[in-house]
Design a protein. Structure first.
Lengths: 114, 113
């Protein structure tokens, strides 16, 4: 199974809402990533978890809160978002956190903030 | 810090014609290089990667790329494209010892019948 799944596929939320994005993989990978992708732009790294510990936070605003409950799951908790946070949020995983590893991407959650 | 430049934002070609998508990188240390493809409304999929060894790398779907250290380039080629190759293509670089993957701005490949 080389699949990374993400739920939900689409999410519309108001600026005062609290919601969560979920990502799951069953490849035994020990590194997981969150990316943000705006339309017609490349993915931008937000967070990296390596062996369930946060290893990279790319100066992401605190209204985005990642969580890695176990090696297969990655969540992104959202609170008090702004309209400019509307984007495709991609999750990825790799064997470990080494830069030589292929990253396997999920299909993304398309987030709209009203 | 590493950076990636994809020289063409859009490349239109006719079906069955050859194509080359250009990528240049900048880094002060050794790097790993990747090409990913993103089909509409999907995540990214790895086409091929260069880690070390032979500078000509073959990937999936008939794509290949050549690493040129002196020109700091990693251009992607396919001898004959199909309609199904229409997608966004991203070149990416990771520095040795680092976890972070940095993407270029992407090249939109459009195949005309």
């Amino acid at each position: 199974d080389t699949e990374v799944t993400q739920t939900p596929k689409h999410l519309v939320m108001g600026m005062t809402n609290k919601k969560s994005l979920k990502c799951e993989q069953h490849m035994g990978h020990r590194a997981m990533y969150w990316y943000k992708q705006k339309a017609k732009k490349p993915p931008e790294l937000m967070f990296v978890y390596s062996y369930e510990k946060l290893s990279i936070n790319e100066s992401v605003p605190s209204r985005f809160s990642p969580e890695c409950p176990n090696s297969s799951l990655l969540n992104l908790h959202l609170h008090a978002l702004q309209p400019e946070d509307s984007a495709l949020y991609l999750c990825a995983s790799s064997q470990d956190g080494g830069g030589y590893n292929e990253q396997f991407f999920g299909p993304g959650t398309r987030l709209t903030v009203l | 810090a590493q950076s990636v430049t994809q020289l063409d934002s859009q490349v239109p070609v006719f079906e069955e014609a050859p194509v080359e998508l250009r990528c240049n990188y900048s880094s002060s240390v050794s790097v790993y290089l990747f090409w990913y493809v993103q089909y509409p409304n999907q995540g990214l999929q790895l086409l091929l990667k260069y880690l070390s060894g032979s500078t000509l790398v073959k990937g999936i779907n008939g794509f290949e790329a050549e690493f040129n250290k002196s020109q700091t380039s990693f251009h992607l080629r396919k001898p004959s494209v199909h309609i199904s190759d229409t997608a966004e293509y991203f070149c990416a670089v990771s520095e040795q010892g680092a976890q972070k993957l940095v993407f270029g701005q992407g090249t939109r490949l459009t195949i005309n019948p």
